[in-house]
Design a protein. Structure first.
Length: 89
């Protein structure tokens, strides 16, 4: 078996450190509630690909969709900063 190797050098050199920066990790951590809610919704939708939706399935999808909306709202409010929550009072 022959090994396959690149004959050309890369157009852009790869950085030596391929690990994410602290800022990137913080951004991922802040986005995790939205990501988790979207994964839950996707899981509910995938479960319905091969069968018709029951009342339970419809409720599960509706709740998952509401969790996505809530997580996105909370993320947007966090991004807006604390001054936005003080104006509403």
């Amino acid at each position: 078996m022959k090994s396959i190797v690149a004959r050309h050098t890369g157009v852009t050199p790869l950085p030596v450190d391929l690990e994410p920066t602290d800022a990137e990790l913080d951004a991922i951590e802040a986005e995790m509630p939205v990501i988790s809610a979207e994964v839950e919704l996707l899981d509910a939708l995938i479960g319905l690909l091969d069968r018709p939706a029951s009342e339970f399935d419809a409720r599960r999808i509706r709740r998952a969709h509401n969790r996505v909306l809530t997580a996105r709202r909370d993320a947007a409010n966090r991004a807006a900063g604390p001054q936005a929550s003080g104006d509403a009072a």
